[in-house]
Structure formats: C-alpha cells, structure tokens
Design a protein around this ligand. Structure first.
Ligand code: 5AD
Length: 356
C-alpha cells in the first residue's frame, strides 16, 4: 500500500485496481494523509484560503433526491435575499478580511440573468480586488457567458457523480449527468476557474463510482474540488440512507490532493457536521480552503441541504474568529487573499482578471 501512495505522490496517477485498494483500505490512513499534506505544502505551503459564503436563496426548481432544498419538500422554509442584503453581507465579510465571495443558491428562476449580472457587477464595482464565485446551478452557455462578462471569476458546480446510471438514481429524469458535464466544460471554455466535486457515501455509490469521479476530473482538470459526505435529510426520499463516513471522506480528500496537487480543496461544512473536528482532519488530509458562512443569521438555518448542519446559528464574525484560531491550532495559516489557483507547482498564481 505504501508503494501505491508513493506512486500517487510522485506521478499523480495510479491504476483503477491500485486506487480501489487504497479507497477500500483503512490500514494506511496515516501514511496517506501525510503524503497528501506534503503535496499540499509543496504547492500552497500552510495557507488556508477563506471564502465568504452567501447563501442567497433557498428556493429551487429541482427535485434532487438527496437535497433538503428540493422542490417537493413542502416543510422547507424558503427565503430570498435582495441585492442590497447581498451587498450588506459582502460588506460585513470584507470588513472581516474576506476577498472572495461565493454566491450560492438553489436554482431559483426569480433571479433573471440580468439580476445576477447586476449583483455581480455591483460586487465587482464595490470590491474590485475581490473574486466573485457563483454557485447557482445548471444554466445555458449564454447565461454563463453573461455572468462572466459582468465580472464573475469562478463557478462551483459539483458534478455529484460522474457515472450516468448512478446519476439517475440520485436525480429525477429532468436532470442528466450529460448536461451537468456540458455545463462544466462550457464554464471552463468561457474562462472561469471551475469547481467540480461529489458527495462521498451517497446512496448506491460504490468504489467504482468514486473511481469514475476521479477519472472524470482528470479529464476536466477542475481548479476547485468540493468533496463532502452525504448526510440524509429527514424530508427527502433518502431520509433513511446512511451518511457517508469520516474515514472514507478523508481518504477521498487525500487521494484527490495527490492526484490534483494544484487544486483548491475545501474542508467542507458537511465534513464538520459528521464529526466535531472533521474540518481540521480534512485540512490535515490535504484540504486548503474553508468557507465560513456570511449569510444573515436570521435566514441561515433555512438553507438546510441536510440535517444538523453546523454553524447555522452563529454570527458570521464570531465563526470567522473561531475558525481562524482552529486553523492556526492545527499548524496552518488562515489567508484572506483571493487565493487563485496555482498550476504548475509553486508558481505564483495567474494574474486575476482585471488586474494587470
Ligand atoms: N448531504 C451532503 N451534501 C449535500 N449536498 C446537497 N444535499 C446534500 C446532502 N444531503 C451538496 C451537493 C451540492 C452542494 C451544494 O451540497 O453536492 O452540490
């Protein structure tokens, strides 16, 4: 097993069989995390990039079987933030040091492309040195182009699972893995820094699907990779399905770091939800991004993708201070800079858009 870890560390690749044995085995976790940490330090030092997350709408037109915001969930409380609320969150976040704002929401048709562009350009006008990341789901190429032209820098769209058959067990017929992938390639071609990713332990997932996820990402070469455990939500068809485990999620994070040394990889809220020190353990297994929540405290609990989500009652300022301390306590350095992707090992980041 140590040979496989060494091979991954040196060449960023291994055969399906080798990956399978690494994913299945719990015996070499420490060596795997240590290798991932070496690779992360070689590329990004001890930096942990902070992103301010603004969950601006809990409405969604989709009906994904795993997600608490699914359209059929009549118990969900729905809210939308106005442009002025979003700018207010960003102002507070800027004061706390954030230089990346992530606008995330369900697929809410209330927000037209013009409205999204207006919000993006207002953010870029007020905070020109900040990166704006969108995470608002599947759109047409033209829509993606218009947000980019308005100034959006990055886009997060987890592929969820790269396997078509598995995708259709997690989603209604109206959604397809094919369209999801089309979106990701469109975003890349337009020029966004692109984030893909998947849940670990989602219903019906086996090691074969996890390998398909890694192989898909080798083709896509995403800049950001979001990986977190599946956690059931009581008002979804998957209410009785088991959550993804800490061990498997950490192994997938570490393998991902070894295969994608340049990637920005968050220690996710879902990881912190299944274990009190989950995010710290994620950082030690190769993650280098944390996304504290900047959403207004009064709506935060309603953005409920899964049950028992952490930090849903905290004040933004408070959770940022606590998170900064926790990052330092495990030997890393919280960094408020934009934190653009670094390709080609240790080279300075590409000049951000609009900055020459
Ligand atoms: N458990 C864990 N992650 C979830 N997501 C949605 N529902 C759940 C859940 N029940 C993830 C999806 C989505 C991201 C915003 O949240 O991967 O892309």
């Amino acid at each position: 097993m140590t040979d496989i870890i060494k091979k991954l560390e040196v060449s960023c690749d291994a055969s399906d069989e080798e990956l399978k044995s690494l994913i299945d085995s719990e015996s070499c976790d420490t060596a795997l995390y240590e290798a991932a940490d070496r690779v992360r330090r070689a590329n990004y030092g001890t930096d942990v990039y902070m992103r301010g997350l603004i969950e601006f709408t809990s409405y969604c037109k989709n009906d994904c079987f795993y997600c608490g915001l699914r359209r059929s969930n009549r118990s969900a409380v729905r809210y939308r933030l106005e442009k002025s609320d979003i700018l207010g969150c960003a102002r507070a976040g800027y004061g706390l040091g954030f230089r990346t704002f992530v606008l995330q929401g369900g697929e809410d048709m209330h927000y037209t492309d013009d409205m999204i562009c207006d919000i993006v350009s207002a953010l870029k006008a007020e905070f020109p040195e900040c990166a704006v990341t969108l995470s608002i789901g599947e759109k047409s190429r033209e829509s993606y182009q218009s947000y980019y032209d308005a100034g959006a820098d990055r886009y997060l769209l987890r592929h969820e699972t790269a396997d078509n058959a598995h995708y259709s067990k997690l989603h209604p017929d109206t959604l397809s893995a094919e369209n999801r992938k089309r979106c990701l390639y469109d975003l890349k071609e337009i020029g966004y820094q692109v984030g893909a990713g998947f849940m670990v332990g989602s219903p019906y997932q086996t090691v074969n699907e996890l390998i398909a996820d890694l192989r898909f990402m080798q083709k896509l070469e995403p800049d950001m990779i979001g990986i977190g455990p599946f956690i059931p939500h009581r008002d979804t068809p998957f209410r009785d399905m088991p959550a993804g485990t800490l061990g498997l999620t950490l192994r997938m994070l570490a393998i991902t770091r070894l295969m994608f040394p340049y990637a920005l990889i968050p220690a996710t809220t879902a990881l912190g939800t299944i274990s009190p020190d989950g995010r710290e353990r994620g950082l030690r297994a190769g993650a280098n991004v944390i996304m504290p929540n900047l959403s207004p405290a009064d709506v935060r609990k309603y953005y409920e993708l899964y049950n028992n989500k952490i930090c849903s009652g905290d004040e933004a300022a408070e959770s940022v201070l606590i998170m900064g301390r926790r990052i330092k306590d495990c030997g890393y350095t919280p960094v408020s800079a934009r934190g653009d992707v670094r390709r080609g090992g240790g080279e300075p980041p590409l000049a951000p858009r609009g900055v020459s």
